[in-house]
Design a binder for this molecule. Structure first.
Ligand SMILES: [Fe+2]
Length: 407
């Protein structure tokens, strides 16, 4: 273990705890319309609405637009956000925001929409700093205009976090990096289940496991504050109780709302205590093979937790209890409860059609994957055990389909 890394991690986790504020929550069916009341109360007359072309086409927001018009609020729509938003997209959004003299931003979408809205607002308040110069930690250092984050998936937790992940292209190579600053935490998080009922079962599952991973990584990392623990435990409970129901019965508003809450709580947890090697490796693998984030973290989660070993058995046992897997009156050894927790994650993933191997993984790419994962995680993520190259190699061997495996 590198002692310098641990000192830095301690400083980063305690400062993020001190500096982070949390958004004001608007939770429940139809709460999207409360955004209009808040806009009126804060005397906004022109706003930008960032979303995807699909959301506009499906007419999800038609009534919302009508109500905004009735309220006399001009809406500038930016609907060009694509998955993995690029620097160009962010720049175009920021330029339109400035040209139209918008006064607030309403971002309706998944993590890509909310992240690009955060990055665009960072550019609005930092007109002379490129996105590349804003990347990293604490480079915005200025309040952004009011951001209403309205998630349409329950997974990324972006509505609660201080980070925006942007894709940049340098010499033809794609890089994903984060701009991370407490000033990017949205002022409002609007958790309206009406906006997630039409999410496909596959997206429901993969985004739900992304949220679960945020909670589990924040909890098992070192230095988790009381708030981080409380948020992680609440998230794990909600996700275990509601994910399969939301996956199977997409129109169950209660399950959808609970998943939105779980995802939000997990977002609060990881924005204060980071994620770990599941995310670091998933970002590397996802970047190289162009794989969806939620599915990749779902596959990796049980393997990484297993490989951390006995150090985290106690914490996993606590998560198992929060998940309702250990009856309160029953004494269960920590190791057994920890195993039960990971077995149940695998059972749920299997039931929802998530594979247990990364089909595309090739041995020749190990060095690049390991290099990227180490660069991302060490030294900032306060992971329970600091891994060396051979540990990553061991993990990759486990998630690579074996020869003759016809997955
Ligand atoms: Fe994630």
């Amino acid at each position: 273990m590198d002692p310098y890394s641990r000192v830095l991690q301690r400083v980063l986790t305690s400062t993020s705890g001190i500096m982070s504020k949390e958004p004001e929550l608007l939770v429940g069916k139809g709460r999207l319309y409360d955004v209009i009341l808040r806009l009126k109360a804060t005397e906004k007359t022109c706003i930008m609405l960032a979303t995807t072309a699909g959301t506009i086409k499906r007419g999800t927001l038609s009534l919302f637009f009508e109500e905004l018009e009735h309220a006399g609020i001009k809406v500038v729509v930016f609907d060009k956000v694509m998955p993995d938003p690029t620097v160009e997209c962010v720049e175009e959004m920021a330029a339109l925001y400035n040209d139209e003299e918008c006064e607030a931003m309403v971002a309706v979408g998944g993590g890509s929409v909310i992240d690009s809205a955060k990055a665009a607002l960072a550019r609005v308040v930092k007109p002379h700093r490129s996105i590349a110069k804003l990347k990293g930690i604490l480079n915005v250092r200025h309040p952004i205009p009011d951001l209403y984050a309205v998630p349409t998936t329950a997974g990324t937790g972006s509505e609660a976090t201080a980070a925006a992940v942007i894709t940049d292209t340098v010499d033809g190579v794609h890089y994903k990096y984060a701009i991370s600053d407490p000033f990017l935490i949205p002022r409002y998080a609007v958790l309206d289940p009406e906006l997630t009922v039409s999410l496909s079962p596959d997206m429901t599952a993969t985004s739900g496991f992304d949220a679960l991973t945020h909670a589990v990584e924040a909890y098992t990392n070192l230095y988790a504050s009381a708030r981080v623990k409380q948020m992680s435990l609440a998230a794990v409970k909600l996700i275990f109780e509601n994910l399969e129901q939301a996956w199977e019965h997409g129109d169950d508003r209660e399950a959808r709302e609970n998943m939105l809450r779980g995802s939000y709580y997990a977002g609060v947890a990881f924005t204060n205590n980071f994620v770990g090697y599941v995310h670091a490796v998933a970002h590397a693998i996802g970047g190289i093979y162009d794989l969806p984030h939620g599915r990749t973290v779902a596959i990796l989660l049980p393997y990484v937790m297993e490989q951390y070993g006995s150090t985290i058995h106690g914490k996993l046992a606590e998560l198992a209890a929060a998940a309702g897997l250990v009856p309160a009156e029953q004494e269960m050894p920590e190791e057994e409860a920890a195993k039960l927790f990971l077995t149940e994650i695998r059972r749920m993933e299997n039931a929802m059609g998530i594979p247990d191997k990364v089909e595309q993984l090739e041995t020749k790419d190990y060095p690049e994957i390991i290099k990227r994962a180490i660069a991302e995680a060490n030294p900032t993520y306060p992971v329970p055990v600091i891994w060396k190259k051979k540990d990553f190699q061991m993990l990759l061997d486990k998630v690579k389909p074996s020869e003759g495996d016809d997955r």
